[in-house]
Design a protein around this ligand. Structure first.
Ligand SMILES: Nc1ncnc2c1ncn2[C@@H]1O[C@H](COP(=O)(O)OP(=O)(O)O)[C@@H](O)[C@H]1O
Ligand SMILES: [Mg+2]
Length: 409
């Protein structure tokens, strides 16, 4: 009997991959334009009286009293309902929450969101946190350190076609500048500025070690730390989104930060990989920082249980392992896996962008309440970091000390 001649499928050529890449890029652009008509730009949400009252922690009587006083923006009444723009809402929050905002003389608290893994909700967490904090009156800068530029996309800017090198951290990494300031742009969301990410950031991974080879004194791990310094006095919180690896940029982001948040879904593989991440990170900081006589400490390191699937029975075991391993670092909140978060991102947004009327109220509340709790917990840690800055500044004026500021590397 003759055996049939087997013919393997053809190779995939680079030209074919290039053609597919071009096609996908075109589809993304079309989807973006369809999602964000008419000018293909996102617009900021507006807020009801109830939402405004919740943000400013006012009851109905106090809200009415404030409106009557006519000091704060009155919003717009239509069909008997009062609505406030995001900018108006922030004016209220900045006025009525003044005691919870950055004290005079303090600098921005910088937070990196990181994890080895992709898809664990780093970007969603970073953007949601920025939005929640800005709604509470804080002025936020977000820095997209991921060449994939997902954070940039969530701000309605397409990384492939709408981001130039000088709008990213690349000029810093190349040594063309020593400040991040010229790369900052405003976004559709008043109160959040953006340093964009784009595929061109991949070259930072070659530039940083190359500069180190050319100049032994160059500290490739401190580029972002020093580059952010000029803008720390101008913002309340700076949030860095990082790529899913312990890359040169990720190390830079972590060492530029006062706090780290690691979103971690309760899955065994994600848990195991998170331990490798910290192992590698501590090895590296040991070599780069401690061995050189410098030091680094963080105001906080949080593990955030994210994308928690309530129907997954294995999740509860892993949750126990996570708590046993990370102890007090685990934030006392879980972000559930919801269709709402997934749908919002399909529309290039987050729970804060979702129009409440269009969402399933129960799913919306579940997702929204969890994120609100995350924002509150992080805000408390930011306030504690400011307190440390103030104590550090006071003791510095009493007796001159070597640099022991909370951010000191
Ligand atoms: N709580 C959640 N529930 C459901 N889907 C989520 C949730 N958080 C994130 N996602 C989705 O998971 C995917 C990966 O999230 P992303 O924030 O981009 O992760 P990362 O930055 O870690 O790669 C996105 O499609 C996002 O919409
Ligand atoms: Mg991401």
């Amino acid at each position: 009997m003759k055996t049939a001649i087997k013919i393997p499928p053809p190779y995939v050529t680079l030209a074919e991959i290039a053609a597919v890449a071009a096609r996908v890029k075109g589809v993304v652009e079309q989807v973006r334009v369809a999602m964000l008509p008419p000018l293909a730009r996102k617009s900021a949400p507006t807020f009801s009286s109830m939402q405004l009252a919740a943000i400013c922690e006012l009851d109905k009587g106090k809200l009415d009293y404030q409106i009557k006083k006519e000091v704060l923006p009155p919003g717009t009444v239509s069909d008997g309902r009062r609505r406030f723009t995001l900018a108006e809402t922030r004016t209220w929050a900045r006025s009525l929450r003044a005691g919870k905002l950055r004290p005079e003389g303090c600098e921005a608290v910088t937070i990196s969101v990181g994890n080895f893994k992709g898809g664990v909700s780093k970007t969603t967490t970073a953007v949601t946190l920025a939005q929640g904090l800005s709604l509470r009156g804080h002025n936020v800068l977000v820095v997209d350190c991921d060449p994939q530029g997902s954070m940039t996309t969530l701000f309605g800017v397409l990384p492939d076609t709408e981001v130039e090198s000088d709008q990213t951290i690349l000029p810093l990494c190349l040594g063309e500048t020593d400040t991040i300031e010229p790369s900052i742009r405003e976004t559709y969301w008043p109160g959040i500025d953006l340093v964009a990410g784009a595929p061109l950031l991949f070259s930072a991974e070659f530039a940083l070690p190359a500069r180190q080879t050319a100049d032994r004194k160059f500290e490739f791990w401190n580029v972002l730390h020093y580059g952010i310094d000029p803008v720390r006095p101008k913002y309340d919180v700076i949030i860095l989104d990082t790529p899913p690896s312990l890359s040169y940029t990720t190390i830079n982001a972590f060492l530029a930060s006062d706090g780290i948040i690691m979103p971690l879904p309760p899955s065994a593989l994600d848990f195991a990989s998170s331990s490798q991440f910290w192992d590698l990170f501590t090895d590296l900081t040991e070599q780069l920082v401690t061995a050189r006589g410098a030091h680094k400490r963080f105001d906080f390191v949080d593990v955030l249980l994210a994308r928690v699937d309530s129907s997954d029975s294995a999740a509860s075991h892993v949750r126990e392992w996570i708590t046993a391993g990370y102890g007090k670092m685990v934030l006392p909140v879980e972000v559930p896996k919801t269709t709402l978060t997934a749908t919002a991102s399909a529309e290039f947004g987050t729970v804060y962008d979702v129009v409440t009327a269009a969402a399933n109220p129960r799913t919306y509340r579940r997702a929204f309440d969890a994120y609100e709790r995350v924002v509150n917990l992080v805000e408390e840690q930011v306030q504690a970091a400011w307190l440390r800055q103030q104590i550090g500044a006071a003791s510095d004026t009493q007796q001159p000390q070597p640099s022991v500021a909370a951010v000191g590397v």
